[in-house]
Design a protein around this ligand. Structure first.
Ligand SMILES: N[C@@H](CCC(=O)N[C@@H](CSC=O)C(=O)NCC(=O)O)C(=O)O
Length: 281
């Protein structure tokens, strides 16, 4: 179990936002995360937010406008970095691979394998470290994310039964095996055998019935002015998969909204309320 170092602490919306660092066995390098806790003894239900390409643990804290709602709803929000970082950690000149683009999978291929173990990092090291250091409820966890992080939220929830009770996503990469961002990352991290890719594809997992009996609904928010919608995101693939599997999935399409945190900030309170209501049951 790793200990958590608090790097800074900020009062906000009647709660406390902390930036933290801890040693993580999976990635082999120190990892950073942010955690918002409402005031009070807890233990609080906790929603984990997974950010998208190019993000750190700071994009959500600065831009999502989430903490007023989180305070009112008395839920914690955990937001990790999107990859291992630092000297000695592999990288790529592209914004969509390497540092800042971990895709929430465990890499099996060189040069990524030694540190890019983001799935195990999130579901084991991060949740254990936060659970040991802060008053959060292990049985009341939700997960959500944006774009690459929407793919991460959906696939981690689907692949790890009993870890998360609720899952939602903003403009998620619905089917990474069928879009350029996903295909590039999966080939690099998981290798050329596309059968391994399918295990990390939210639409294919839903179609295979993995969500049935576990999630009474899955909520997806999608802006219709999102530049990445047609080529990278494809929410219709989630809808087709859910229909085929008899899984309830709600896609809310929002005219005029783009891919940015302005879109996220507009609808984050709705998602937090949706998670909070289910996590309280
Ligand atoms: N820089 C790239 C696009 C990068 C981008 O849009 N990143 C999004 C997530 S995209 C999918 O995972 C993001 O959240 N950026 C951070 C922010 O604060 O907005 C390009 O130029 O196309």
């Amino acid at each position: 179990m790793s200990s958590v170092e608090i790097l800074s602490e900020h009062r906000t919306f009647g709660g406390t936002l902390r930036y933290c660092r801890h040693a993580a066995a999976a990635t082999g390098v120190p990892m950073r995360f942010s955690l918002f806790l409402p005031d009070g003894p807890g233990p609080f239900p906790m929603v984990t937010w997974l950010s998208g390409l190019t993000c750190t643990e700071e994009n959500f804290t600065a831009k999502a406008n989430a903490y007023g709602a989180a305070s009112d709803l008395e839920i914690a929000i955990l937001a990790p970095d999107t990859s291992p970082r630092g000297e000695g950690v592999a990288d790529d000149p592209g914004y969509d691979l390497g540092q800042g683009a971990g895709f929430y999978v465990d890499a099996t291929q060189a040069p990524w394998k030694p540190h890019f173990q983001m799935e195990t990092y999130i579901v084991r090291d991060l949740l254990e470290a936060v659970g040991a250091a802060f008053p959060v409820h292990a049985g009341r966890r939700g997960i959500m994310g944006h774009s690459m992080g929407g793919h991460g939220a959906l696939t981690l929830a689907l692949r790890h039964p009993n870890l998360f009770k609720t899952v939602s996503a903003f403009a998620p990469i619905a089917s990474p095996t069928r879009c350029p961002w996903g295909r590039k990352a999966f080939e690099a991290y998981l290798g050329a055998d596309e059968r391994r890719w399918r295990e990390h594809d939210a639409a294919l997992l839903i179609e295979a019935g993995v969500a049935k009996g576990r999630f009474d609904d899955i909520l997806v928010e999608q802006g219709l002015a999102d530049n990445f919608l047609a080529e990278q995101l494809k929410p219709e693939l989630l809808e087709q998969a859910a229909k085929a599997a008899g899984q309830k999935l709600t896609v809310r399409r929002q005219p005029g909204y783009d891919h940015s945190y302005f879109f996220i900030a507009t609808f984050i309170a709705d998602h937090l309320a949706w998670h909070a209501a289910k996590l309280r049951r």
